[in-house]
Write a protein that binds this ligand. Structure first.
Ligand code: C2E
Ligand code: CA
Ligand code: CA
Length: 675
């Protein structure tokens, strides 16, 4: 057996000693490392918990303020610092400011009062003070001693509250600083990297909360604003109006008014230049109205409370203004005139100068309104009156207008029913050839025979059917009925030049995309030879959309239908333009014939029209000849065709046979041309 003698060796003892020491040191080191690790693990876990807490609060709490409040409290608790506060960054008209808020976490409110008061008074520019510096750099700043930094402006109040150290950090959305948060404590504390990292992460969380609220605000904004003009939409306008009405009920001294603005001729512009151009125009109009409204200080000047106006777009070319604080309805008229004035200069759309104007109706609270709908309705009625009085003007609502509007509504309802029940009849007025002394054709003129037997003339209802679109159904009926009658007449009274039937086509009818097809199928259905049909359109129809007019007329011409311009001389069509259209006849407006005896100008106009028609190779039909001298005068001027009471009033279908059987009325043999 062998025995080791090494332990007894003093050299070896030393070695052993060293080894043990080494091992102890290593063990100690390991223990330290282990403990440190544990501590870090613990710290990390605490940090995570703080973050987790704040993120949960962000997701649960309904408002950014609540989220911030919670975060301030949680961080103060974690850091064991007694005070935390938030600023929001706000941008107005291009200027960015940091606004102090009432968001605080304060452990000892009494002690902190001086500092709190000084802080809440702050309104800082970017770069100013501790929060301003953080906002500018987008980075956290740690002040172990607030007294040592010149940029720290609240030294006195900090001292009064016993504050020594502070740190502030940005709440970031991407690169943007949306808010700044600051913390303070009474001890001097050196910067803590782990803490800075944590608050950096908290900043990101809070940034998300702000971002989310912004998205929500955007949604709310979008739901209450018109996407094209960014103006309040109908629902927001009604909301505000209802608020004002409620306020007016509590305090009858408050006067307010609603302006209803409708652009004149917008449809024509939109149809001829296209929808993009129309949208562009509406946007520009919105801007001009808004600026004109803002610039209005006439009311504010003679009024203690500043006047506030809400401009909204209801849809289409309709805008409204709510003037919520006026002294007198005349204030509203002044604003309306100012808005109208703002639209006077041309707009540039698609490189073209465009003129537009607005018809404005005003209803004021002096009429006593219970609902938003009622005041809006009356402003609309007044706007309608402004339109009928010649557009580009404003009208203040009154009770007569209301009565008229009611009547109009009743008429519209009755007309709708009349169309359904086919309560209409056609009368026919003969057109006479002075050369052949015969009836060459008829004009179909519609009448409404009410159930009680009363006969209503078109001047009382055509306009409203045109405005409401009822003319489309009525016009179609007229066309079919007139063609049927004409077809029967042609069979019954064969002529070398077959009898013709003239039918009035209103602007709205003419605008129908399937007009040509409608006429073609009506001709087929009624068996009328297309040459027997003459369509009468007014000059206004030819001006609206020249390209379309030309192509529709060309198609009708090819079909064999003849075309006349009705009421000629009252519109503004250019002669060179008329020349380019495939027309057959001009009908001289009856107002000229009526005055030709007394008024040299009317006579001159008739002469000019006849000269023009001769040059263009068009027939002339003079309308409204009532007395012999008008007929002889027209004849002496070379007019061949006459339509007027002198020969016959419009008659119903049963009277046509008698008309055609008898020779036409002869002119006074002593027929003088002087009337
Ligand atoms: P218009 O097309 O100019 O029709 C001629 C009008 O003048 C008719 O009035 C006719 O009765 C009247 N008239 C004819 N000769 C004389 C005369 O010697 N003296 C006077 N004072 N008047 C005369 P009416 O039937 O009342 O029609 C008025 C207007 O209503 C028509 O004017 C036309 O613009 C419109 N209209 C009539 N029927 C229709 C229709 O079926 N469709 C459309 N769109 N409009 C129609
Ligand atoms: Ca006519
Ligand atoms: Ca006419």
């Amino acid at each position: 057996m062998s025995i080791t003698s090494e332990p007894d060796d003093p050299v070896d003892l030393n070695r052993l000693q060293r080894r043990l020491e080494r091992e102890r040191a290593a063990r100690l080191e390991m223990e330290t490392v282990y403990e440190k690790g544990l501590r870090e693990l613990y710290l990390r876990e605490q940090e995570l918990r703080v973050l987790q807490d704040i993120s949960t609060a962000t997701n649960l709490s309904p408002s950014v303020r609540d989220t911030f409040h919670h975060a301030l409290g949680r961080l103060c608790e974690y850091m064991a610092w007694p005070l935390g506060h938030a600023y929001f960054v706000e941008t107005h008209d291009g200027a960015t400011r940091l606004k102090s808020t009432t968001l605080w976490h304060v452990q000892d409110p009494e002690k902190m009062e001086p500092f709190r008061a000084a802080t809440e008074a702050l309104d800082l520019a970017v770069g100013e003070g501790l929060p301003g510096m953080v906002c500018q750099s987008g980075k956290a700043i740690w002040l172990p001693d607030v007294d040592s930094k010149t940029f720290f402006v609240r030294k006195a109040s900090a001292a009064a509250s016993g504050i020594r150290a502070g740190c502030a950090f940005p709440v970031l959305i991407g690169e943007e600083t949306a808010a700044v948060i600051e913390f303070y404590t009474e001890r001097s504390v050196a910067p803590d990297t782990a803490l800075l990292k944590l608050i950096g992460q908290v900043g990101t969380h809070l940034g998300r909360a702000i971002e989310r609220q912004r998205a929500e605000n955007r949604l709310i904004h979008d739901a209450s604003h018109d996407p094209l003009t960014a103006l309040p939409n109908r629902s927001l306008f009604l909301d505000r109006l209802n608020q004002v009405i409620a306020r007016g009920k509590r305090n009858p001294q408050i006067l307010f008014a609603v302006l209803f603005i409708d652009l004149d001729r917008f449809k024509i512009i939109n149809d001829s230049l296209g929808h993009f151009a129309g949208d562009d125009l509406l946007t520009q109009v919105g801007h001009r109205l808004q600026n004109a409204l803002r610039g209005d200080d006439t009311i504010a000047a003679n009024h203690a409370a500043a006047h506030t106006g809400t401009l909204a777009r209801l849809g289409g070319d309709e805008f409204t203004v709510l003037l919520s604080d006026i002294k007198d309805p005349s204030d509203a008229v002044r604003v309306a005139n100012r808005l109208g004035e703002a639209l006077r200069h041309p707009f540039v759309v698609d490189g073209q100068e465009i003129y537009t104007s607005a018809s404005i109706g005003i209803a004021s609270s002096t009429s006593g309104y219970e609902t938003a709908e009622a005041i809006l309705r009356d402003a609309d009625i007044a706007m309608y009156r402004a339109k009928t009085l010649g557009k580009a003007r404003c009208e203040l609502f009154d009770q007569d207008m209301y009565a008229a509007a009611l009547q109009r509504l009743a008429l519209e309802t009755n007309l709708r029913r009349a169309i359904q029940n086919e309560e209409f009849v056609l009368h026919y007025q003969p057109i006479i050839s002075l050369r052949t002394q015969t009836v060459v054709g008829f004009e179909a003129l519609v009448r409404w025979r009410k159930p009680d037997g009363e006969l209503v003339y078109p001047d009382e209802f055509i306009k409203i059917t045109e405005e409401t679109g009822l003319i489309l159904a009525l016009g179609h009926w007229v066309l079919r009925e007139a063609c049927r009658t004409a077809s029967a007449l042609q069979t019954q009274y064969p002529r070398e030049n077959p009898l013709t039937m003239s039918v009035n086509i209103s602007p709205r009818q003419f605008a129908q995309p399937d007009l040509v097809e409608q006429i073609r199928s009506t001709l087929r259905e009624t068996g009328l030879d297309p040459h027997g049909l003459r369509l009468e359109i007014t000059e206004s129809v030819t001006i609206d959309d020249p390209n379309r007019v030309a192509s529709v007329l060309a198609e009708l011409k090819e079909l064999g239908v003849r075309m006349s311009i009705d009421d000629f001389g009252t519109g503004y069509s250019s002669l060179s333009y008329l020349h380019s259209l495939p027309l057959d006849a001009l009908k001289i407006d009856q107002s000229f014939v009526a005055k030709m005896g007394k008024d040299a100008e009317s006579l001159h106009i008739i002469q000019t029209i006849m000269g023009l028609a001769n040059n263009l190779g068009l027939e002339i039909i003079a309308e409204g000849a009532e007395i012999a001298c008008q007929v002889t005068k027209l004849q002496s001027m070379g007019c061949e065709f006459i339509q007027g009471f002198y020969f016959s009033k419009p008659v119903d279908a049963t009277a046509i046979a008698a008309l055609l059987a008898n020779p036409i009325r002869q002119m006074d043999s002593k027929g003088s041309t002087e009337c």
